[in-house]
Design a protein around this ligand. Structure first.
Ligand code: GRF
Length: 199
């Protein structure tokens, strides 16, 4: 195991969770380093955020490959090249296939803006508002072949206020995400280090 755990962050969008993880590392709250950003959208804002921090970026376009197996093989090559140990999904909008699931079993983690198993998939915040539930939250879970179905690692609850709309609820949820995700990754890393010492 490396002294600092080597994270590859997968993201397709804004990258606020990417920044929260990078900040937690800079501030010594997360004993890791980000060795690669994997992104499937060349327009995504997260790319600039990685480049600002001199973090290597691998951008791919799924439509340029015949199949998921083919683009995941290229990703795997990049992951091996930078010796990534954990795959951190932070707004990566694709299901992960066996090409990555097999070599990284138990080491792929996702964050989702609802209390899973409620409201999996896209627009979890909109789904919660439409359903009229009074609480929702954030889930960090291991990734399996399903859509937001893997084993739950941690969750945090938030109350939906009558005046909440998509924007306010999203802002409140992201505030939780930015705290919960680095904290949960750190807990996973610590647990693994303890287990390694024991064995
Ligand atoms: C987050 O809300 C996360 O829960 C979901 O995608 C969003 C990514 O946001 N999976 P950002 O790009 O990190 O700002």
């Amino acid at each position: 195991m490396h002294e600092k755990q080597r994270l590859a962050v997968f993201a397709s969008g804004t990258g606020s969770n990417f920044v929260a993880i990078a900040d937690a590392i800079d501030q010594g709250r997360l004993d890791a380093e980000i060795v690669l950003l994997v992104c499937d959208n060349s327009e995504a804002k997260v790319i600039g955020k990685a480049r600002d921090r001199q973090i290597p970026v691998f951008v791919f376009q799924a439509k340029n490959y015949p199949s998921k197996v083919d683009y995941e093989r290229d990703i795997l090559q990049e992951l091996n090249h930078c010796q990534a140990e954990w795959l951190i999904l932070a707004g990566y909008m694709r299901l992960v296939g066996d090409t990555l699931l097999d070599p990284f079993e138990g080491r792929i983690v996702n964050i989702h803006p609802s209390l899973l198993p409620a409201f999996p998939g896209k627009d979890a915040i909109g789904q919660a508002l439409s359903a009229g539930v009074k609480v929702t939250g954030v889930t960090v879970h291991f990734v399996d072949e399903g859509m937001d179905t893997g084993t739950i690692i941690d969750q945090e609850v938030i109350r939906i206020q009558p005046e909440d709309d998509q924007d306010t609820l999203q802002a409140n949820i992201q505030e939780i995400e930015h705290r919960l995700f680095p904290k949960t990754i750190q807990a996973l890393i610590q647990t693994e280090k303890r287990e390694e010492i024991k064995s």
